[in-house]
Ligand binder design. Structure first.
Ligand code: KE4
Length: 427
């Protein structure tokens, strides 16, 4: 079943820390060894032992139109004929920037980088420079990449591995990061009261994907906007995951709240390494070389990432693209709930479009990380293993979000629901 993967993992463990190049891929939280992927097409992955999986990771978000989409492959092929990287200005950067600005009007200017971490790290430096304030406020369970300032009560792999904070982050820096509970507007207001004129910015995943999926309660995001207006702090939406995922214009369009700055990644690159940050021009003009805030990158705006990103953003603008994803999401959500009910298994499903999480919990609602952490992670691990054995590839952590794509068919969703029903029974 997994013999070639096991052999490769033995090799990997000699080469990489934990055998992986990103912690969550090690499958540690689900008590099994990772499978090694050989290829991916549409909604499917194939591993080195020739097992096929319906994929609900989608490379952690980029593959909203399915893996190896012909339009993206073609765009890359054409771009490659002209060169792989110039380290110089080229028209492809303009093309992608203008597409982002069309879809997300809060972007008055933008800077491309090579990962979500780079985008979030840069935007915090900019916020501190612009406001001349030292502190940032994030939310427990949110993950904004692995820059030092964010490794405080982080989500994603930090939550998965139960790492409260990371060694190596200087206490004097960590102390500049304040943390509130997602959806707790009063808690945020209290923190601002305690740290008057100290907070440069709030950075938030407007729909949290790194604690499992958490939805903003009514007026939460608008409340953050108001607090930032009143305190002259900046509101930063980390839309690395939600950008072009929950709506064509991201969460800022879906919830109609305009951030001062936004970070992007994942879908923006169509599967190639990419990140971006941007927003108000009066703030962004502080970025070198127009201003004194330094940020740079060898492969920033590289022609391949620009080409695959542009192709990716064309695909999401197809007529009815998000309506179809919403229908599929409702189908999957109802199917999972019904399967769990019939199997007498308590689950709770949070979903925003094609971002969906299933918590093994008796709680009536899960609206923040504290509540998410009460989920039965052992039961999730068991469920994960059963689903994997029957060809369903889920994110290997209770504290991640499942993604599906426009390539997932009703047949794929039905199979997923059927296998979930069987998996609930197998303890
Ligand atoms: P990257 O540096 O991994 O490109 O982006 C960091 C990041 C920033 N902001 C949000 C909201 C994110 O979700 C991420 C990265 N997401 C994780 C998955 N939850 C990446 C997977 C991994 O770390 O291997």
């Amino acid at each position: 079943m997994f013999s070639k993967s096991s052999k490769l993992f033995d090799q990997s463990k000699q080469l990489f820390p934990g055998g992986v190049n990103s912690p969550v891929r090690a499958f540690k939280a689900v008590n099994c060894d990772p499978v090694f992927i050989e290829s991916a097409q549409g909604a499917y992955l194939h591993d080195v032992d020739n097992n096929e999986y319906i994929d609900y990771v989608g490379s952690w978000g980029p593959m909203i139109a399915g893996h190896t989409h012909p339009a993206i492959v073609q765009a890359l092929y054409e771009a490659m004929q002209k060169g792989l990287s110039f380290g110089a200005c080229h028209a492809g950067e303009i093309k992608l920037a203008q597409e982002v600005m069309k879809l997300m009007p809060s972007f008055e200017t933008i800077r491309f980088v090579n990962s979500g971490t780079e985008a979030c790290m840069s935007v915090i430096r900019l916020a501190r420079a612009y406001t001349e304030r030292p502190k940032i406020l994030k939310f427990a369970g949110c993950y904004h990449g692995h820059a030092d300032s964010f490794l405080v009560q982080g989500g994603s792999g930090i939550a998965t591995l139960g790492l409260p904070d990371s060694p190596g982050v200087l206490p004097e820096l960590a102390s500049q990061t304040l943390t509130a509970e997602f959806n707790d507007l009063k808690g945020v207001a209290d923190i601002f009261e305690q740290h008057k004129n100290q907070i440069a910015a709030i950075i938030v995943e407007p729909v949290v994907g790194n604690a499992g999926c958490l939805l903003p309660q009514k007026n939460f995001l608008a409340g953050l906007r108001q607090i930032c207006n009143e305190t002259h702090s900046l509101l930063i939406f980390d839309e690395v995951m939600t950008g072009f995922r929950v709506a064509k214009g991201g969460a800022q369009a879906l919830f109609n709240v305009k951030p001062d700055l936004t970070t992007l990644g994942k879908i923006l690159g169509g599967g190639l390494p990419i990140g971006a940050y941007g927003g108000r021009a009066d703030i962004m003009k502080m970025i070198a070389p127009s201003g004194p805030v330094y940020q740079a990158g060898t492969l920033s705006g590289n022609p391949l990432g620009m080409a695959s990103g542009y192709a990716s953003l064309q695909l999401i603008q197809a007529q009815g693209f998000y309506e179809k994803l919403e229908q599929a999401g409702q189908f999957l959500e109802e199917g999972l709930k019904e399967a769990a009910y019939k199997a007498r298994t308590h689950i709770l499903v949070n979903r925003c479009g094609s971002m969906i999480s299933m918590f093994f919990s008796n709680l009536p609602q899960i609206n923040n990380y504290k509540e998410a952490k009460t989920s039965d992670t052992r039961q999730f691990a068991n469920f994960f293993q059963n689903m994997l054995a029957d060809g369903i590839y889920l994110p290997p952590s209770q504290f991640e979000t499942w993604f599906f794509s426009s390539a997932h068919t009703e047949k794929d969703l039905n199979k997923t629901i059927k296998v979930a029903y069987q998996s609930f029974f197998r303890r």
